[in-house]
Design a protein around this ligand. Structure first.
Ligand SMILES: O=C(O)CCC(=O)C(=O)O
Ligand SMILES: [Fe+2]
Length: 290
């Protein structure tokens, strides 16, 4: 059962002058860092940033795309992780994609800068880990349960942690994402993503790079209602051969190294392997946990 008690923190980003050095920035930064430590995610309220026409156009086109025949979708297969057809094929107008993703990239960079400042590590601002060349824009379609299916609790995507550093998630107005939190008893928290907000969610590489300061939450998608859900995720990741390891400043006697240095490209191979598949949500710890 999803918890009624816990709520994902919400943080307002709409203020125009959210610039480093201002008191507004500092108070937002504290909320961001606390949310990422405790929950590994937060809902970023982002009024007046993406025009509602762009948002509607994006989700409208998504619906069309998912209705393409399977033969067309299969023309876009890729053997590279996170690329090509994974159940969907992006074919959206470039201007819509650009205007939609610009604010996501800005939010990604702002959140990472806030984490760096909170850790006293602004000297790493140009590190490829925090300013990667690779952003993945992914689209997902979750069908509503039909008669005879597990109505009320159909699994759309099973529990996992993310292989990317940070994801910015938006959705048509159908909820379904749930985040797991240990809180005495284990709880699944329902995530609401409002039309003017994004869910910001950290993944395993961010946890490894911060030597455990940032949490990488288990999450899943459960379809309970009668409408299909569409979501858009913009995720960042350094190149596959970049070695992910925490800065030396974050490892000491009080904070021993939690994860061995690793490269995403090797990790993806393990995730796909039989041994990796057996580990379920513990795959990251099994691969590089110390
Ligand atoms: O659709 C969503 O809200 C999240 C999807 C997700 O967790 C993933 O693709 O890794
Ligand atoms: Fe995920």
């Amino acid at each position: 059962m999803a918890s009624k008690e816990l709520k994902i923190p919400t943080i307002v980003f709409s203020k125009e002058e959210l610039k480093p050095g201002t008191s507004q920035w500092d108070s937002t930064k504290d909320q961001v860092f606390q949310a990422l430590q405790e929950y590994g995610c937060f809902e970023a309220i982002y009024d007046n940033v993406i025009p509602s026409e762009t948002r509607e156009s994006m989700f409208g086109k998504l619906k069309e795309i998912f209705e393409f025949p399977i033969e067309i979708k299969l023309k876009n297969l890729s053997d590279k992780p996170l690329q090509g057809y994974l159940g969907q094929i992006p074919h959206l107008p470039l201007n819509v994609i650009k205007s939609y993703s610009k604010s996501h990239v800005e939010l990604d960079q702002m959140v990472k800068m806030m984490v760096l400042e909170s850790l006293g590590l602004t000297n790493y601002v140009n590190d490829e880990f925090l300013e990667p060349n690779n952003f993945y824009l992914r689209f997902s379609h979750y069908k509503a349960p039909t008669q005879g299916q597990n109505i009320g609790n159909k699994v759309g995507l099973s529990g996992h942690t993310d292989v990317t550093v940070l994801s910015i998630i938006s959705q048509n107005q159908v909820n379904g994402l749930q985040v797991f939190k240990k809180n005495g008893e284990d709880q699944w928290i329902d995530v609401n993503i409002a039309p003017n907000s994004f869910l910001v969610l950290s993944g395993d590489p961010f946890m490894a790079w911060t030597n455990g300061r940032v949490h990488s939450p288990i999450h899943r998608v459960t379809m309970a209602g009668e409408s299909d859900r569409f979501s858009i995720q913009l995720s960042s990741l350094p190149n596959g051969d970049y070695t992910i390891k925490p800065p030396k400043e974050l490892v000491d006697e009080e904070h021993p190294l939690l994860f061995k240095p690793y490269e995403s490209v090797e990790y993806f191979k393990y995730v796909m392997s039989e041994a990796g598949q057996k580990t379920g949500t513990g795959v990251f710890k099994a691969y590089c946990g110390v």
